[in-house]
Design a protein around this ligand. Structure first.
Ligand code: ZN
Length: 67
């Protein structure tokens, strides 16, 4: 999947955080950079959210950082 604004290839985390925060069933997603601009937040905040959701064990996120 690619970002529907800039066309960059998305990581699974970018897809997951977009779905988690915006729309669980989103067929199109934004990369972290475009997400930050669209919602007037920092990229760092989005990265924190990714960590937070992963720590919560959210099933949308791959657990590549763990085990
Ligand atoms: Zn983008």
């Amino acid at each position: 999947m690619t970002c529907f604004q800039c066309g960059r290839t998305l990581s699974s985390d970018e897809i997951a955080v977009y779905r988690r925060l915006v729309n669980r069933a989103a067929a199109e997603c934004l990369c972290i950079s475009c997400f930050a601009k669209e919602f007037s937040v920092t990229e760092e905040l989005i990265r924190q959210k990714i960590r937070q959701f992963r720590e919560m064990g959210c099933t949308l996120f791959s657990n590549s950082a763990g085990s």
